[in-house]
Ligand binder design. Structure first.
Ligand SMILES: Cc1cc2nc3c(=O)[nH]c(=O)nc-3n(C[C@H](O)[C@H](O)[C@H](O)COP(=O)(O)OP(=O)(O)OC[C@H]3O[C@@H](n4cnc5c(N)ncnc54)[C@H](O)[C@@H]3O)c2cc1C
Length: 582
């Protein structure tokens, strides 16, 4: 079975030595969020997750969810663990205090998300979707609706869903057909089917609040004709008590490759009573409020799985004896090829952690900083980083899950060792909340183009500023990073131009472009980590960070130029290949 120990020293290093998290406590409303308080809370979360939630990961995967007569049963122990989790206040960490939240920084909740998603990523989806639903209602609904639903969503007592996908409407959300007909009393009658709905039905909470994308009778076609509705499983009376069961049910649950403890439901709305939130036909904007933060959360899910794969592979390789390395030692960690894999896992996970936490910090600054110009810049970073965090952390989770199996050899393929579950659980992260191909399109088509190309310019400027302060002892990374950033900037200009004239070229290369951008960002992270680690009091920590930074500079950053050369290759001839002749 895979085991999990929260990487507290690493988290402390990233938050304090690299990202200077003390800046959070200078933001209005976060005065109490000092580094010591944050680390104390992270330690507490780690204990609960290691002791109570991670042990349910393998058994939950084996048992899975079941459905009978529309009632979904989750694996043993999950309901009790969920109750413990929300009652201890972990769901409500960064929610506003007026809705039973604790008003703590988003950054802190992302660190806790990482821990939870290492311990049990399937479990993490129950609070994760609840928070997404909370955010969407909070951003769009009237006070009456907020007061009805948010106090119990805000503390996690009720859970939430996001009902977007239909059989013919996946990436193309605008194809959704679910109908919303006015009832004449301010409510709407929701009719239609949704598929793949995470946490759509279960008995872990006394009510489930569905956030549903549907179409008004007179709405225009496509995304411009979608509206959003709050549709509770049980209607809520004026005094807050629960009323009748609403007309919706789970018709089935999906049988999946992974995250088997998370119920993925086929939902049918048969004239269910719902209430519109936001203005008519603004559903896509309302959904994006939730989706943007949800994409960062999915990135954290990926990071959690990267960490789980990496720490288990390292422990196994330190212990397993096989053959003799040239130094005479027998543990497989002494073999150069195993070492290559472990260093790639460490370089990826630790570099991705800085990207993910930094994005969390920018979310807090964008919400709270008193200076509008600083808020605007922070929001630019959030916008730019969202597809990077989502795609890089999740692609890496699947890759590192596979690499962990490779490190274990044939034993990795055997269920009992638990690392094959990481690969199975991680694949979905590359698919939902917009596939990673859709993230790349978002990066190329929107984020590079927004505000006259201001977003990537901020990144290039920041990296060049960091390069200026890098002393000669960091030339092993600063030199390849300088080359990567020059190449990335030139290719960014090429993409910005070519998207207008030959959109297929830009689209063909967008996944390679996204990866090159992420690797360059990780180069920037590794430069900062190498500099900060050089001051660290622990010699072992210093040595490990230096070796991992060197590995990243020599063997991962070097991939940027090949990826960017791919991006600039014309695609016209490839696009002419007839679909039937593939
Ligand atoms: C376990 C699980 C849980 C889920 N949870 C939820 C949930 O809670 N709520 C919810 O609403 N949905 C949920 N989903 C749905 C998920 O978000 C969709 O599966 C996802 O958005 C992709 O849609 P699709 O499966 O229809 O694939 P498609 O859209 O058919 O995509 C197939 C392929 O085509 C590519 N593609 C599609 N369009 C384009 C384009 N314009 N340009 C380039 N490439 C393109 C995609 O990148 C992909 O590679 C879940 C799915 C699963 C499997």
């Amino acid at each position: 079975m895979a085991t999990y120990k929260a990487p507290l020293r690493e988290i402390d290093f990233v938050l304090n030595d690299v990202l200077k998290v003390e800046q959070l406590s200078k933001l209005p409303g976060f005065e109490d969020a000092t580094p010591d308080t944050l680390l104390g809370l992270i330690e507490e979360a780690a204990k609960l997750i290691e002791d109570k939630i991670a042990p349910l990961n393998a058994p939950g995967d084996a048992q899975g969810c079941t459905i009978k007569d529309g009632v979904v049963t989750v694996p043993d122990g999950l309901a009790e663990a969920y109750k413990l989790y929300w009652q201890a206040g972990w769901v409500s960490l960064c929610n506003p205090t007026e809705y039973n939240g604790q008003g703590l920084p988003f950054t802190l909740s992302k660190v806790v998300d990482e821990l939870l998603c290492s311990g049990n990523v399937a479990f993490a989806l129950y609070p994760g979707l609840t928070m997404g639903c909370f955010e969407a209602i909070h951003a769009t609904a009237s006070d009456e609706i907020k007061n009805t639903y948010l106090p119990k969503l805000g503390n996690g007592e009720w859970t939430g869903t996001m009902c977007i996908t239909e059989p013919h409407a996946g990436s193309d959300v605008g194809a959704a057909k679910t109908k919303a007909t006015p009832n004449g009393d301010g409510s709407y009658s929701i009719e239609g089917g949704k598929i793949f709905i995470t946490s759509g039905e279960h008995e872990m909470a006394e009510n489930i609040i569905h956030f549903v994308l549907a179409r008004l009778p007179d709405s225009p076609p496509g995304v411009k004709g979608l509206s959003t509705f709050v549709v509770p499983k049980y209607l809520v009376n004026k005094d807050g008590s629960l009323g009748a069961r609403n007309k919706l049910k789970a018709m089935n649950i999906e049988h999946k490759m992974g995250i088997n403890a998370s119920c993925t439901c086929v939902m049918q709305f048969d004239g269910a009573q719902g209430w519109m939130v936001g203005a008519p036909n603004t559903g896509i904007q309302n959904m994006f409020v939730m989706m943007n933060l949800a994409r960062i959360l999915v990135g954290l899910q990926g990071l959690g799985q990267c960490e789980l794969a990496t720490q288990n592979a390292i422990r196994y390789a330190q212990d397993r004896k096989q053959g003799k390395a040239p130094n005479g030692k027998e543990q497989i960690i002494e073999h150069a090829d195993v070492r290559r894999m472990l260093l790639q896992m460490k370089a990826t996970t630790e570099g991705a952690r800085v990207l993910a936490y930094e994005t969390g910090l920018y979310v807090d600054i964008a919400h709270k900083h008193p200076d509008a110009a600083v808020r605007e810049e922070a929001q630019d970073w959030v916008d730019l980083n969202t597809p990077l965090v989502k795609s890089f952390c999740t692609d890496s989770a699947f890759d590192l899950g596979s690499m962990a199996i490779q490190v274990y050899g044939g034993h990795g393929f055997i269920t009992e060792h638990g690392v094959e579950q990481i690969a199975r659980d991680s694949k979905i992260l590359c698919l939902y909340e917009g596939t990673n191909g859709i993230q790349a399109m978002d990066l190329v088509r929107r984020k590079l183009m927004m505000n006259g190309g201001r977003l990537p310019q901020r990144f290039f400027a920041k990296v060049r500023e960091a390069l200026k302060t890098a002393g000669a002892e960091f030339a092993y990374i600063s030199k390849p990073l300088a080359a990567a950033v020059d190449d990335l900037e030139a290719t960014t200009k090429w993409v910005q131009q070519s998207y207008k004239s030959t959109p297929d070229d830009a689209s063909f290369g967008c996944v390679d472009f996204q990866r090159a951008f992420c690797l360059t960002y990780l180069g920037y992270n590794w430069l900062r980590m190498a500099q900060a680690a050089a001051q660290h009091k622990d010699a072992g920590f210093r040595q490990a960070k230096h070796a991992t930074a060197l590995f990243f500079a020599q063997r991962m950053l070097s991939q940027v130029s090949a990826l960017l050369a791919n991006v600039r290759n014309p695609a016209a001839e490839l696009m002419q290949l007839d679909a039937a002749n593939f």
